[in-house]
Design a protein around this ligand. Structure first.
Ligand SMILES: Cc1cc2nc3c(=O)[nH]c(=O)nc-3n(C[C@H](O)[C@H](O)[C@H](O)COP(=O)(O)OP(=O)(O)OC[C@H]3O[C@@H](n4cnc5c(N)ncnc54)[C@H](O)[C@@H]3O)c2cc1C
Length: 507
């Protein structure tokens, strides 16, 4: 049987970043990617500076910039009719701009960087099952690009296979231990920007109008641009039924957004989803770990998933590379890594949860933004750049000052503003307390951040790994497939329970 140090399942952001880190550290890595790149995946592609720095570390930034992206050098934030904040970004390392490169072209660059670092990236290769030895993950069974089912032995299986992670299902970590229901829907389309070449084309723009957010992300290659509306989840079925009617309604409801993209050409069809609930899964165990969306996801409203997937891939890869020889040290290193991931992602998770609440903008926040107008220096944009956490940007004195200022501006509504501000302040204090406590895999709900009603679909069932087509050397491969056959899928009623590790490495 083939043997490698690490098998990574999934070859986009998290998988490529982990593969590059491991291969650079001299580890022998195979990446199994079910799809063939270039291929699309549902995303709005914004990559903040910290994510761009991760791409630089992978040695892939020059190739990304060669795709002729627009450079977003600042943010323009509109809050209602009369508040507009314009800011430059805080730089992260050498980067002071933000990109939005479609995944069809970006992910090829990342996979190529992993290959250049020395990883063996196998496209068209679908992982079917995790193999076990003495209670440890010890390899995977996969269907190769030629249709043959093969087994690979390894010291570590890294699941970088996204939200519907088969690795998570096979290692018994399918069901997250905490999560939050998103109330927002996401509807977007590509177009060619009439403002190409102007300062507007170098600006990430967001309108917070009523209960909706509208955004414009200049993309790649120029003048491609993403125009996005995140309103109530109920917008999504309407947009699917009547795309152009719903888009026309968005433009009527949000005149600033409509003005920004007026005159756009080459306008593509609408894309949409309202299936973006946030979660944390247990993400490390004996011989396995989950990186990227496979282990943790938060609402794309704050555009942090790509950055975090790259960060998780690199840091998990580095942690594993240093301990790969010793199973106990490897498991301990990945458990520490999981704790570090939670510390890294918790504030952004809560911020994203807050941003998915379908409600008018909190008066205290509008007042804070009003006071930040005209400064130009980095401030609220740090929430997206992750230079500072929400709690560091929106300090308690600033929140209290915002609420008091809003009450002074509208004395007749002072009582309702006070009533609206107190729960937000309470949630903020609970988030601070949680960050200080540093609990591991905490299931304690932070009221006000984690929206109830969150459900989880059934785990993917095991599929019959018989080869799709007979291949050369049929007798030998048929015998191997027969030996590798796994039990039939569990009946539907049992499906929500994570599948148990049952497939032992064949002797
Ligand atoms: C609608 C939407 C918009 C978003 N917009 C943004 C944004 O603007 N900015 C941002 O930063 N983030 C955004 N995100 C989040 C971002 O897309 C994800 O966080 C990111 O793609 C995670 O990368 P990943 O490598 O972990 O997983 P993925 O990108 O999901 O890649 C997983 C890979 O695993 C492969 N795979 C799955 N199963 C198997 C298997 N059994 N065998 C082999 N391969 C397998 C898949 O083919 C896939 O290529 C958005 C997400 C959504 C849903």
């Amino acid at each position: 049987m083939e043997t490698h140090d690490v098998v990574i399942v999934g070859g986009r952001l998290a998988g490529s970043a982990a593969a590059a880190a491991l291969a650079r550290a001299g580890r022998d890595v195979v990446v199994l990617e079910r799809g063939r790149l270039p291929s699309d995946t549902l995303s709005t592609h914004v990559l903040f500076s910290a994510g761009i720095e991760e791409v630089r570390r992978m040695g892939a930034l020059d190739d990304l910039l060669a795709l002729d992206p627009s450079y977003m050098r600042g943010i323009q934030l509109h809050m209602g009719d009369d508040v507009t904040v314009r800011e430059r970004w805080s730089p992260e390392g050498e980067t002071d701009y933000v990109l939005c490169v479609p995944r069809t072209i970006q992910d090829v660059v990342l996979a190529d960087a992993a290959r250049r670092a020395g990883a063996d990236v196998r496209e068209g290769s679908e992982m079917l099952d995790v193999l076990w030895e003495g209670g440890r993950a010890a390899g995977v069974r996969y269907r190769a690009a030629d249709g043959e089912v093969r087994d690979v032995r390894c010291r570590l299986v890294l699941g970088a296979d996204g939200r519907r992670s088969t690795v998570a299902a096979r290692v018994g970590a399918w069901r997250p231990y905490r999560g939050s229901l998103n109330g927002r829907g996401l509807v977007f389309r590509y177009l060619d920007d009439p403002q190409a070449g102007t300062e507007l084309n170098e600006t990430l723009m967001q309108w917070r109008d009523g209960t909706s957010f509208c955004m414009v992300f200049p993309s790649a290659p120029r003048p491609r641009t993403v125009a996005l509306v995140m309103g109530p989840a109920a917008d999504v079925p309407r947009a699917r039924k009547d795309p152009e009617g719903t888009w026309a309604e968005f433009l009527r409801r949000h005149p600033g957004f409509a003005e920004r993209i007026a005159g756009a050409t080459n306008v593509g069809k609408l894309r949409s989803t309202n299936d973006v609930s946030a979660y944390f899964r247990p993400s490390s165990g004996p011989g396995w770990a989950l990186i990227g969306d496979a282990g943790h996801f938060k609402d794309p409203v704050i555009g942090q998933g790509q950055r975090d997937a790259l960060w998780m891939g690199r840091t998990a890869g580095e942690a594993a590379a240093a301990a790969i020889e010793d199973p106990a040290a490897l498991d301990a290193a990945l458990r520490r890594w999981e704790q570090l991931r939670d510390e890294e992602c918790l504030a952004a998770y809560h911020l994203a949860n807050a941003e998915t609440r379908i409600a008018p903008q909190p008066p205290a926040l509008v007042e804070i933004a009003r006071r930040a107008q005209g400064r130009g220096a980095p401030d609220l944009g740090d929430l997206f750049q992750r230079t500072r956490t929400q709690q560091e940007v929106l300090t308690v004195p600033r929140l209290v000052g915002g609420a008091v200022g809003a009450m002074a501006r509208r004395p007749r509504q002072a009582l309702s503003i006070l009533r609206a501000s107190i729960p937000d302040l309470r949630t903020d204090l609970a988030v601070r307390a949680e960050a200080r406590a540093g609990r591991f895999r905490s299931t304690r709900v932070v009221t006000g951040s984690e929206h109830p009603g969150w459900t989880w679909p059934a785990a993917p069932t095991r599929r019959d790994p018989a080869p799709a087509t007979p291949s050369a050397g049929t007798a030998a491969s048929d015998a191997r497939v027969a030996a590798a056959r796994v039990p039939a899928p569990a009946p539907a009623a049992a499906a929500p329970t994570p599948s148990s590790p049952t497939t032992e490495v064949p002797a």
